[in-house]
Design a protein around this ligand. Structure first.
Ligand code: RIB
Ligand code: CA
Length: 312
């Protein structure tokens, strides 16, 4: 029985690969819809990029909604320095022809959770948590109806990628992250500690191209573009595929290991705004609220991802 999910996203080349992985896996995943949020680039671009990605997969019927265009309490911080001015730089993709849904993404989240049996819908946020937090604030009744939130965000041993202390998704909207991490909803977190271990090395990029398909070429072109930032900053051997780890977890959870621990969000300090304070060593008596992942079978992840992209 495929798992019903909503992907909340700020494409972003890595978000786009995550969307392709979900669309290529209908046996495991029933994608109910995509809600776009402001993050890597402004909302007008993230909603367009989500539609471009669905068309790369040949799936123009997927429902894409625009959600919040700014964080709850801060002005928007974007990441064109990583993802380019369109947010999906690399290959030239045509403007989408599939429609953007008229409803607000937050209303879609609320309505879908109310219309489906409790405990059957999983939320997969891949960007700042603004849409998810807004839905929880507007409709507190949905919290117990959410099966699980599996998100990409945060860091512990890897510390920050946008500031010395914080990972981008959490940094952009720490107030939203605090609402989600205190919601009581079962949380599974893919932090930089994991995503920095799934790098698109030249051999893995060549495997995408060797698929001989348009989606395979586009995925390689996307990762060829957005690897620059991490190569310069970390000396990485390729782009970290942050967001696809969320979808890979739904398909093959055994690829990942972590700890069920307490994770809280810094919202008051300018210096450490957006830091995920993860009690990895359980030195406090704060109640565990998240399955915080720490390791991944990177080869297993890439063989899954490459095989599935090859199906599109
Ligand atoms: O820090 C990495 C995260 O920020 C990823 O989700 C990437 O797409 C950006 O949103
Ligand atoms: Ca993202």
């Amino acid at each position: 029985m495929p798992r019903k999910i909503i992907i909340d996203t700020d494409p972003g080349q890595d978000d786009a690969v995550a969307i392709l992985l979900a669309l290529a896996s209908p046996e495991e995943i029933d994608l109910l819809g995509i809600t776009a949020v402001a993050g890597n680039v402004p909302l007008a671009l993230t909603q367009e990029n989500a539609r471009k990605t669905c068309e790369v997969a040949g799936r123009p019927e997927v429902r894409v909604f625009a959600g919040c265009d700014r964080p709850l309490a801060h002005s928007l911080v974007t990441a064109e320095h990583v993802h380019g001015k369109t947010g999906l730089d690399g290959p030239d993709l045509p403007a989408p022809t599939m429609p953007l849904q008229q409803a607000h993404g937050v209303d879609f989240l609320i309505r879908t959770l109310r219309d489906n049996p409790a405990g059957t819908v999983t939320l997969c946020p891949l960007g700042p948590l603004t849409n998810i937090a807004t839905a929880l604030q507007q409709a507190p009744d949905i919290a117990p109806r959410i099966k699980e939130i599996v998100l990409m965000g945060g860091a512990y041993f890897e510390v920050g990628n946008i500031t010395p202390a914080a990972e981008f998704n959490i940094y952009v909207d720490p107030e939203a992250a605090e609402i989600v991490f205190k919601s009581g909803v079962p949380l599974t977190v893919m932090p930089l500690d994991v995503t920095h271990k799934v790098l698109v090395t030249p051999a893995r990029s060549a495997a995408f191209r060797a698929l001989g398909t348009e989606p395979g070429r586009i995925v390689a072109d996307w990762t060829d573009f957005f690897e620059r930032f991490d190569k310069e900053k970390y000396g990485s051997d390729g782009a970290p595929l942050h967001d696809p780890t969320v979808i890979a977890y739904l398909i093959r959870p055994e690829l990942f290991t972590g700890r069920h621990i307490n994770v809280e969000i810094e919202t008051r300090s300018d210096l450490t705004r957006g830091m995920t304070v993860a009690d990895w060593w359980r030195v406090t008596d704060r109640a565990p609220n998240a399955m915080f992942m720490g390791d991944v079978d990177a080869d297993g992840f890439f063989s899954l991802l490459t095989e599935r992209i090859g199906r599109l």
